[in-house]
Design a protein around this ligand. Structure first.
Ligand code: GLN
Length: 206
């Protein structure tokens, strides 16, 4: 069984290796989700770590800190280059990092354009869980955790696909090689969104 699953996430027998940016935040939970899909991971901390990975996840945490660390560790140029070509999934603070938000402290990677407001759902104590529908898999609801989440106020182009909404608000979006969520898909044991990201990398019809 595990052999079959391992084969599924490989390209002609070559196993995938995913990177999880591991400067700050809940990167370990992403590593756990990927492990549940039999995918090897590299915790990305230097530009060398980007060389052999098939896709990158930028986790939730604190975008001000992640942004400062990217510059402190001299990672920005390598990240910008990587993200312009390969598949990248930004979750919560990671969504802020892939956006083009104008912020006093956060310097985003400017990969996807939408109006985004940091901390728009409130503070840590206002965290909440929502049962949401995933456009690509309606077999059951997905439990989405929002923790000091950013809110997508509007999309600025027609190429951004919305894969999940909270009411009228997009909360899971895809644009080309980029995937972003305002919630935390790494919390819990439902790995469907990570699986979707792997399919994007494999260029399967998703
Ligand atoms: N509010 C955080 C920020 O602005 C994001 C919170 C999170 O990733 N859970 O970076």
């Amino acid at each position: 069984m595990s052999f079959l699953r391992r084969n599924y996430y490989s390209i002609e027998g070559i196993k995938m290796v995913l990177g999880v940016l591991s400067l700050q935040g809940d990167y370990e939970l992403h590593v756990g989700q990927l492990k549940s899909l039999n995918v090897d991971t590299i915790k990305v901390k230097t530009s060398n770590d980007l060389i052999n990975i098939d896709g990158l996840i930028i986790p939730g945490g604190e975008s001000t800190t992640i942004s400062l660390l990217i510059d402190k560790l001299n990672l920005r140029k390598a990240l910008e280059e990587y993200c312009s070509k390969k598949c990248v999934f930004g979750t919560c603070a990671g969504l802020i990092m892939i956006s083009n938000i104008k912020d006093k402290i956060v310097k985003p990677l400017n990969l996807i354009s939408f109006d985004l407001e940091r901390n728009a759902y409130g503070r840590q104590i206002d965290s909440f869980t929502k049962y949401i529908d995933l456009e690509f898999d309606r077999t059951s609801k997905f439990v989405a955790n929002f923790i000091r989440a950013p809110k997508i106020k509007s999309l600025n182009d027609d190429d951004t696909e919305v894969l999940a909404y909270d009411g009228n608000t997009p909360i899971l979006v895809k644009r080309g090689n980029l995937l972003g969520s305002s919630f935390h898909p790494e919390i819990g044991n439902d790995n469907r969104i990570h699986k979707y990201f792997l399919k994007m990398i494999n260029n399967e019809k998703v």
